[in-house]
Design a protein around this ligand. Structure first.
Ligand code: ASP
Length: 348
């Protein structure tokens, strides 16, 4: 049983559909003054917890999110960390999984919930999914056990009745209220009449009471190759020759398979020998890369490519951005890429 302890929650509004309102005359959507959230969601008054708000000015569509934004967000969380029991971040859905993944890597010693949520329909619309997403996210961020410890001390996404580890999520629907899923890791909680936590899958600190730390050096010198039958040498070569890139994510077929043509393998090998880190993740929605399963994967491994296990695309990109900001030497990153650092990959 969860005790209802009054918690203090910081609600951070960054932008996105959730904070929009329809102009009754023009029907155009525009962001409303976020400090008027109580007018839009009067239900918040019934919540027993204390909720303070903080808004990014101007609010941004999440397609405009960049590394500076992640740094600002991590700094704001660190500055306010001791003042609150939990954080709810309202964010556009389009890149929410990237932000959740990035924060999970940038924040160390996290002992409080950081719940990202948003909506498919603006909160000012009658049929909005935003109210439930917002209210349940606050309840989850405020949930503590009988000795006052947060039940979910992780960076998560809450959407359409499910709570997921943020760095396991991907947005898979541009239409449905069920917009996110966690292809390779179970939900951390589900809400129905009650919010049921799946505690066996939640990561808890080994020792509580450590000071939060944030890492703010990021580097996005990455290129991406998504394989398709018929992909040409010119294309692969152009990507691998992109000036100043340090890493390439290659989205392969099935369990990590790629063409065995000699031109392909030798271009990949040449890039690996130049020190470019190449990470293999699968195009499949679920499952994991296993480069030992087929000769098509073995050739990549021999060329120097490393496996990304069951990482989502979002987590693989953000992990590289984080590691390349932290370390100048790709050799060092190579080992950490294949290590589970924030619950983002599973080893079979
Ligand atoms: N374009 C919006 C955004 O990501 C979509 C949304 O919030 O659902 O900011």
């Amino acid at each position: 049983m969860t005790n209802i302890i009054k918690s203090k929650i910081l609600l951070i509004y960054t932008g996105g559909t959730i904070g929009m309102k329809e102009d009754p005359e023009t029907m155009a959507l525009s962001p409303f003054e976020f400090n008027q959230i109580l007018i839009e969601v009067p239900e918040l008054k019934k919540i027993v917890h204390t909720i303070d708000t903080l808004s990014f000015e101007p609010p941004i569509d999440s397609s405009d999110i960049n590394l500076d934004f992640w740094v600002d967000l991590a700094i704001k969380i660190k500055e306010e960390y001791l003042n609150y029991d939990g954080f709810v971040i309202l964010h556009g859905t389009d890149t929410m999984s990237f932000t959740a993944s990035a924060l999970s890597f940038m924040i160390n010693n996290l002992e409080k919930p950081i719940i990202l949520t948003g909506s498919q329909l603006p909160i000012g619309k009658l049929r909005t999914d935003g109210k439930e997403n917002l209210i349940s996210s606050i309840e989850i961020a405020a949930s503590r056990d009988s000795i006052g410890r947060p039940i979910v001390p992780e960076v998560c996404i809450y959407f359409d009745n499910k709570l997921f580890r943020g760095n396991r999520t991907t947005k898979f629907s541009a239409e449905n209220f069920k917009a996110f899923f966690s292809p390779n890791y179970p939900a951390l909680a589900e809400s129905g009449i009650h919010i049921k936590f799946n505690k066996a899958y939640i990561n808890y600190p080994k020792n509580w009471g450590n000071e939060i730390e944030i890492e703010t050096s990021l580097n996005s010198s990455i290129a991406v190759i998504k394989l398709f039958p018929g992909i040409t040498p010119d294309y692969i070569n152009a990507v691998l020759e992109t000036p100043n890139i340090r890493a390439v994510i290659i989205e392969t077929f099935g369990s990590g398979n790629a063409p065995t043509s000699s031109w392909f393998i030798s271009l990949i090998e040449k890039a690996c020998n130049k020190g470019i880190l190449i990470v293999n993740i699968t195009q499949c929605l679920t499952g994991s890369v296993d480069m030992d399963a087929y000769s098509t994967g073995i050739s990549l491994k021999k060329a120097g490519v490393i496996g990304g296990y069951d990482s989502t695309f979002e987590a693989a990109i953000c992990k590289l951005i984080f590691l390349m900001g932290k370390y100048h030497d790709n050799k060092h990153i190579k080992d950490i890429m294949t290590t589970n650092i924030k619950g983002e990959i599973t080893f079979n």
